[in-house]
Ligand binder design. Sequence first.
Ligand code: GAR
Length: 190
Amino acid sequence: MRIVILGSGRGSNAEAVLRAQQASALGAARVAGLLSDVPDAGILALGPRFGVPAAYVDPAPFRTKLEGAGEARFIEAVSAHAPDLVVLAGFMRVLKPGFLGAFAGRIINLHPSLLPSFPGLDAIGQAWRRGVRVTGCTVHRVTPEVDGGPILDQEAVRIEPSDTLETLTSKVHAAEHLLLPRVLARLAGP
Ligand code: GAR
């Protein structure tokens, strides 16, 4: 199962997946490429470290969505890796029908809350401010409804009285680093 990972930030989840692959804990899944819409994103630095092709793809002309020329460039760059699965790991753009159609049924997303609670931006902050006692993270299939597709798996995180937004954020990230490789291994099979 060839995987392409798209991310806009640190890439800690992509790193967790690559580490799982190194440890032979990803079943038949292989990371074929890393792509980012942010030229200096941490996720791109993982390429040379793990021996995986990594590239910035210009997302212009829009700021928060992937449409038009940028969408076409992403479709081409992702297609070049012939992926069985496209993984959004901190890719902070809304996907439109062109990209969704090009990889129909093959796109999954990692989100830092127990969906359907707290979709959208700053999900950890949303949960923190709402005062829930349990939050977590979700991997789901991507559909045109943002953060709304069928749920594949989730990992729960308790919010203790001693937690701060910072410690909660660390706990959710740690849960994500377990969840995403686990889902990929399951989807890939042995
Ligand atoms: C992760 O917490 C992921 O769930 C979140 O971005 C972070 C990326 O971290 N994604 C979203 O909020 C998508 N709506 P990383 O770059 O270290 O993997």
